[in-house]
Write a protein that binds this ligand. Structure first.
Ligand SMILES: Nc1ncnc2c1ncn2[C@@H]1O[C@H](COP(=O)(O)OS(=O)(=O)O)[C@@H](OP(=O)(O)O)[C@H]1O
Ligand SMILES: Nc1ncnc2c1ncn2[C@@H]1O[C@H](COP(=O)(O)OP(=O)(O)O)[C@@H](O)[C@H]1O
Length: 206
């Protein structure tokens, strides 16, 4: 349970999120990628960022591996530390959308309740959950970082999908099947979602 700060008073900014969004010419949302290790979260988040950046859209990617080198370097992969990891990321992503920037997060985020807590931090519609669906067999074949091999050898305890659970989203805003769809197709599906939600304009309208 999070400790509450005492004797602190919220200071209201004179420049609002809406002012910043107007300056940037687009809305800001959290695009939350979730899925097994190796399911394509980082690859897709960065490919979407590349696409948006080229359209002049302000973006930022929060990536599990990177954030665990700094802000969350004190956290392990126990259930309670994963919960704290996702709590911090939810709060951080909330701050970044206040800056008027589209925030793409790439964390396994294995527990439904934590993803829902992150969703509930921001106004309705500002959290778009994208499930990178990929059979564990394919993730394991990809074994981008050699971690599945180590986990199977018993060298990494509590590895997601092996001896630590992954709870698939029930009603994500989008499912991308990264074992069947090409990366370009997945990027297009995400862009279509952002257009359909009025976050960005259709590329034809620019
Ligand atoms: N035990 C265990 N289980 C799963 N993953 C592990 C583990 N140990 C290290 N790694 C590496 O850490 C990356 C996942 O970190 P996350 O912060 O996204 O995890 S979580 O959301 O808190 O569950 C994950 O990165 P991705 O492969 O990009 O998902 C792994 O590189
Ligand atoms: N459609 C796809 N979308 C995303 N990644 C894909 C796709 N097809 C194959 N891949 C490959 O799968 C791997 C996914 O790794 P990564 O993005 O690091 O996953 P994660 O961040 O979920 O651990 C990369 O080597 C990527 O090139």
């Amino acid at each position: 349970m999070t400790k509450k700060s005492s004797n602190t008073v919220w200071h209201h900014a004179t420049i609002t999120r809406a002012d910043r969004e107007k300056l940037h010419g687009h809305k800001s949302v959290i695009v939350w990628f979730t899925g097994l290790s190796g399911s394509g979260k980082s690859t897709l988040a960065h490919a979407v960022e590349d696409y948006l950046h080229k359209q002049g859209i302000s973006t930022f990617v929060l990536d599990g591996d990177n954030v665990r080198h700094g802000l969350c370097s004190d956290l392990s992969f126990s259930d309670s530390d994963r919960i704290e990891n996702i709590r911090r990321i939810g709060e951080l992503a909330k701050l970044i959308i206040e800056a008027g920037v589209i925030t793409l997060t790439a964390f396994i985020s294995p527990f439904k309740s934590d993803r829902n807590s992150a969703r509930n931090l921001v106004p309705h519609g500002d959290f778009l959950e994208i499930y990178c669906q990929c059979p564990i067999e394919t993730c394991e074949q990809r074994d981008v970082k050699g971690l599945y091999k180590k986990a199977r050898a018993g060298e990494i305890p509590f590895f997601t999908g092996i001896d630590s659970p992954y709870e698939a989203p029930e009603q994500p805003e989008l499912v991308v099947n990264t074992h069947e769809q090409s990366l370009d197709d997945s990027v297009q599906r995400v862009i279509e979602l952002l257009v359909s939600r009025g976050v960005i304009q259709s590329p034809q309208e620019n």
